[in-house]
Ligand binder design. Structure first.
Ligand code: IPM
Ligand code: MG
Length: 409
């Protein structure tokens, strides 16, 4: 029987007791995907795979193999279960987040998601959009803290659209609030105003506990990085931002070792391009985080490189690349799987507390890049152009033959 291991997940180490992994009985249908040659597994984790749409299935399939192999080197066994979400779930079951998908995800130790959405469902009513399924999943898992690292790798500095001297050495962590704000605020909807005109409306709303919990996560992360936290808001206009700034400032007193600054979001968007190296950790609300993390990703050269981790107070975390489903290249073996592979590394680190296996994956990605392999989005002359599967194979080779290389996230 597999031994149980305390799960020192990120938030556990910062704010709450560790969750014990592997103690709950698993549904019999969980399938073991670790190679028969693997050494006896010391720890077992259930991982829900949500491939989703577009390039999702291609990148998740590659990341799953990398996770299995890295785990087998570190005495970890994974029990994977794949369930539908997004457009795939709409086509199969008629809703973007089937009840079974949410309950399987909640039962597992961590969730790895590919991407959702596609042209086919773009004109669906809101409750039948793939994106609605993703928002329901985030809310259902209660994963309020979304960590989006954007680091410029030395191998890819020429892929950035910014000048080399601006991009070189950038290493930012965007901490995005993920289950509140205008994405979820009520009232929302469509109606007719007193002039008889049709209007659409949403509500940007944050409570003190919602602000405090995300701020605490961000301060904790900044403390472990370079000790600098920039809180981004629109406190010159929005009441929700005024409260946000007040609470973040108050909480700052609990973290005297973290240097706190505040910035309006329009200025932050400009500063990210002008001088991105001034940022270490950024904390911001749901919608500003959505926008700024896409912007930050382009500093690194390709959105196809960036992973994310979404963590809650308890229960499994959700790990997904920040890119979308890229329907234009789906099924063509052209997608860059590295963001999903790096999301698997974040799953190990933040979701399961398995630092060694996480580093093994990150180092393998660095090594595959060092050996010159590039997918189309990060290709530069002199490198070897490969597809999604081949990139996965090269990372697998590097997982097997580890050399000490600096970790990524
Ligand atoms: C993201 C995406 C999602 C979001 C969409 C697909 C709902 O843009 O994860 O950044 O807006 O959060
Ligand atoms: Mg986005």
């Amino acid at each position: 029987m597999a031994a149980c291991k305390a799960n020192p997940r990120l938030l556990g180490t910062l704010t709450r007791r560790p969750r014990i992994s592997s103690r709950r009985p698993r549904p019999a249908s969980f399938r073991c995907c670790v190679a028969a040659v693997a050494p006896p597994a010391a720890r077992t984790y259930g991982v829900t795979l949500l491939s989703g749409d577009g390039i999702g299935p291609e990148v998740v399939s590659v990341a799953k193999d990398v996770l299995s192999l890295a785990g087998s080197h570190e005495g970890i066994e994974f029990l994977f279960k794949e369930v539908p979400i997004g457009g795939a779930a709409l086509d199969l079951i008629g809703v973007p987040l089937p009840e079974e998908t949410l309950s399987v995800a909640k039962e597992s130790d961590a969730v790895l998601l590919g991407a959702i959405g596609g042209y086919k469902w773009d004109n669906n009513e809101k409750h039948l959009k793939p994106e609605t399924g993703l928002l329901q999943l985030r809310a259902g898992l209660g994963v309020f803290a979304n960590l989006r690292p954007a680091a410029v790798l030395p191998q890819l500095v020429d892929s950035s659209t910014l000048k080399k001297e601006v991009a070189e050495g950038v290493d930012i962590m965007v901490v995005r609030e993920l289950t509140g704000g205008i994405y979820f605020g009520k009232p929302r909807g469509f109606e007719t105003n007193d002039k008889g005109e049709e209007v659409g409306f949403n509500t940007e709303v944050y409570s003190v506990p919602e602000i405090d919990r995300i701020a605490r996560v961000a301060f904790g992360i900044a403390r472990k990085r370079h000790g600098k936290l920039c809180s981004v808001d629109k406190a010159n206009v929005l009441e929700a931002s005024m409260l946000w700034r007040k609470r973040v400032t108050t909480l700052g007193q609990e973290f005297p070792d973290v240097q706190l600054s505040h910035m309006y979001v329009d200025n932050a968007a400009m500063q990210l391009i002008r001088d991105p190296k001034q940022f270490d950790t950024i904390v911001t609300n749901n919608i500003f985080g959505d926008i700024l993390s896409d912007e930050a990703s382009m500093i690194t050269g390709s959105i196809g490189m960036l992973p994310s981790a979404s963590i809650g107070e308890s229960g499994p975390g959700l790990f997904e690349p920040i890119h979308g489903s890229a329907p234009d290249i789906a099924g063509q073996d052209k997608a860059n799987p590295l963001a999903t592979i790096l999301s698997a590394a974040m799953l190990l680190r933040y979701g399961l507390g398995e630092e060694n296996a996480a580093k093994r994956i990150e180092n393998a990605v660095m090594e595959a890049l060092n050996r010159g392999f590039r997918t189309g989005d990060i290709f530069s002359p002199g490198m070897t152009l490969v597809g999604c599967k081949r990139m996965g194979e090269e990372v697998l080779k590097s997982v097997d033959s580890q050399k000490p290389v600096a970790a990524l996230c």
